[in-house]
Design a protein around this ligand. Structure first.
Ligand code: SF4
Ligand code: SF4
Length: 176
């Protein structure tokens, strides 16, 4: 039975405590001979763990991430909200060069931990926490950036350490 930690305060504390261990784990993952096997394990862990974590009681990604917005996404959401693009842009977006991001954290569209524009949410929202994507070992840096804020990432990483024997290796090297 997998223990799944969902308390955000506990995860934040554990993330600090595990910083060195996670740096070692990141280096270890980048050196594995068959990264596609890690992808397969991560997909499986993601399926198991994400089905046991209720995002509608968390919403921490929507409170803490900077969300990129494309022109097409802004057009679609402005239309859905019955706003002109000018209204939508001045209320919701910050622009810099060719980039546009949602201009508040938490996101404007989060209410009671739920997305009020779910069908119109942005690609970054749909993709996060991106554990269903290939090349996990090439995306370690980004994954660990979000390890302390997302219970799904935290638990997948911790279980991955156990399943590939990393924890045993660390304990053995540290104490024997
Ligand atoms: S658009 Fe919805 S899913 Fe995306 S950050 Fe905002 S509240 Fe979250
Ligand atoms: S994806 Fe992660 S951070 Fe976002 S709501 Fe779900 S568990 Fe929380």
């Amino acid at each position: 039975m997998i223990h799944i930690e969902t308390n955000l305060s506990t995860i934040a504390v554990l993330a600090v405590e595990k910083q060195s261990e996670n740096e070692a784990f990141g280096s270890f993952l980048q050196s594995v001979a068959h990264p596609e096997q890690i992808d397969t394990l991560v997909y499986s862990l993601n399926n198991t763990i994400s089905s046991k974590v209720d995002c509608t009681t968390c919403g921490n990604c929507c409170k803490t991430l900077m969300i990129n917005v494309t022109e097409e996404e802004a057009d679609n959401l402005a239309t859905h909200l019955q706003q002109t693009r000018a209204q939508f842009d001045s209320t919701c977006l910050e622009k810099g060069g060719s980039m546009m991001v949602i201009n508040t954290m938490p996101c404007h569209f989060l209410s009671n931990q739920k997305c009020t524009v779910y069908d119109y949410r942005f690609a970054g929202c749909r993709e996060f926490p991106a554990l269903h994507l290939p090349n996990f070992t090439k995306r370690i840096f980004t994954t660990f950036m979000h390890y302390n804020r997302c219970p799904i990432i935290y638990n997948v990483v911790e279980q991955l350490k156990i399943e590939i024997g990393f924890i045993e290796t660390v304990i053995t090297e540290a104490y024997y």
